[in-house]
Write a protein that binds this ligand. Structure first.
Ligand code: BES
Ligand code: ZN
Ligand code: ZN
Length: 476
């Protein structure tokens, strides 16, 4: 990961290897720089489309070797600034730069200098992100400089983006190296020295408490489950609770997934990773909030004692669940975790989960699906999603969706009647049975994992949901 710092240099005196300059439609181009390069910038900028790059060699006329121009369009938003910083940083890396500069802070963008610098810094770090544990990167930038006067934004950007990168690392890790017991170890290590209380419930504690539904999902696995509870009290008062699905590998259980659908299922703990990263960030940013995290880790395996289709299980809140498909395990784990989280009397509960393939069909990798029982809470989530470009789109949770999960044998069944469609809503309608307090659910199944390289990262884990959560906590 590069170290991003703020430097006061002007573009003309910048001494790194490569400099990134933004080209804004209809805005005056840096005339001194253009003059030194004999008008090359104006010429190249003329046809430069938004978020496209063009490289100019400086031929010894400037202290840096290459100038990377990036199109910003007419009225660049913070989102464009973030993406432009990511894309151009990749070009700098391709050019072999060891130290590169970004001069996008001077672009004419809405928002404070702090917001802009944060977006730029996030863009640089996330754009350059690579998962290098098992495959080394051939090109690497050590230092990136943001030109201007915005130390605070650069500091926040570093902090947030490095935690998003950490969440990505956890999601990208092989499932065999991150079963629940190993997740506990990793989380304890990463939170060392931070003012976050960690309380971990293992199998026997979960049995004593009666989290039978969560334990049912775990029965087919040789690895014990962990409910990891985090408590960051940046201000005394009623907490907000964040709940994360942490299925470290989802085979589907006895309702086994086909091989193709199982390939990426190490990502099924992305909700827990995002909640972990958000709470770590809240503590590091010293946010004045009280936030609880409930990370529910288990594997979903088809081992000898695995729970079976047709089983009826009793959740923590005493409601009974008919399990018709063991692959709809996330909602079963969350049912118990949400109901248990409510005993801590939070003002609101927000769960993040890679819950349904149906949500991927509905919204693709582009956005999370948002559903819940409390519109003011969801409005806040939408505002944070828009502010951070960590997208969330509300889907309705009409009463009819609950009809489709009525069971002949239990209070509720874990899949909807055949042909009822709206799979993401069926998942949320199921979860609704286990909450009484203001609640919303983010189905991050689409954006949590990218199949291809993108402006803000590579293929694989993305850290989706985390930046919006941090923003939400900042606004509490
Ligand atoms: N973890 C999956 C959901 C998922 C699918 C996440 C694709 C990311 C990408 C979840 O546990 C699951 O298998 N859901 C089933 C539910 C169905 C059986 C009602 C699904 O979506 O197919
Ligand atoms: Zn599943
Ligand atoms: Zn799953």
């Amino acid at each position: 990961m590069p170290i991003v710092t703020c430097v006061r240099d002007s573009p003309i005196s910048y001494t790194g290897d490569v400099l990134v300059l933004g080209i804004q439609e209809g805005t005056f181009i840096n005339a001194t720089l253009d003059q030194v390069l004999g008008g090359a910038i104006a010429k190249a900028a003329d046809t430069l489309k938004p978020l496209k790059c063009r490289t100019i060699t400086t031929l010894g006329k400037l202290p840096f070797h290459h100038l990377v121009l990036i199109g910003l369009g007419k009225d660049p938003s913070l989102s464009i600034l973030r993406k432009a910083s990511g894309l151009s940083a990749k070009v700098c890396r391709e050019l072999g730069a060891k130290r590169a500069g970004n001069a996008l802070l001077e672009s004419n963008t809405p928002g404070s200098a702090t917001d802009r610098a944060q977006a730029i810094t996030e863009g640089i770090i996330l754009g350059l992100y690579q998962y290098t544990k098992y495959k080394s990167a051939d090109k690497k930038i050590e230092f990136f400089n943001v030109l201007g006067d915005a130390d605070e934004g650069v500091r926040k950007g570093n902090l947030v983006a490095n935690n998003v990168a950490l969440a990505r690392d956890l999601v990208n890790e092989s499932a065999s190296n991150k079963h629940p017991v190993l997740m506990e170890r990793a989380i304890r290590d990463h939170l060392q020295g931070l003012p976050i209380k960690i309380n971990v419930l293992g199998k026997s504690e979960l049995e004593k408490l009666g989290l039978t539904a969560f334990l049912a999902v775990n029965r087919g696995s040789v690895h014990d489950p962990r409910l990891i509870m985090l408590d960051y009290e940046g201000r005394p008062g009623v907490p907000v609770a964040l709940v994360g699905k942490g299925v470290t590998f989802d085979t589907g259980g006895l309702s086994l997934k086909p091989a193709d659908s199982m390939e990426d299922m190490k990502m099924d703990m992305a909700g827990a990773a995002a909640v972990f990263g958000a709470i770590k960030s809240a503590a590091e940013l010293k946010l004045p909030v009280h936030v609880l995290g409930f990370l529910a880790f288990t594997e979903n395996m088809p081992g000898g004692d695995a729970y079976k289709p047709g089983d009826v299980i009793t959740a923590f809140n005493k409601k009974t669940i008919e399990v018709l498909n063991t692959d709809a395990e996330g909602r079963i784990v969350l049912a118990d975790t949400l109901a248990y989280a409510e005993t801590f009397k939070p003002s609101a509960l927000i769960d993040l989960a890679t819950l349904t393939g149906a949500c991927v069909v509905a919204l693709g990798e582009v956005s999370s699906g948002l559903m819940g029982t409390d519109q003011p809470l969801m409005d806040k989530i939408i505002a944070s999603a828009n502010a951070t470009d960590d997208r969330a789109w509300q889907l309705p949770l009409y009463e009819e969706y609950s009809d489709a999960i009525k069971s002949d044998f239990a209070d509720v069944k874990n899949i909807a009647n055949k042909g009822s469609g709206a799979g993401a809503q069926a998942g949320a309608a199921f979860l609704k049975n286990f909450v009484t307090l203001p609640w919303c659910h983010l189905d991050i199944a689409g954006p949590a994992w990218s199949r291809k390289e993108h402006a803000l990262g590579t293929s694989g884990g993305t850290g989706a949901g985390m930046r919006l959560l941090i923003h939400f906590l900042e606004k509490q």
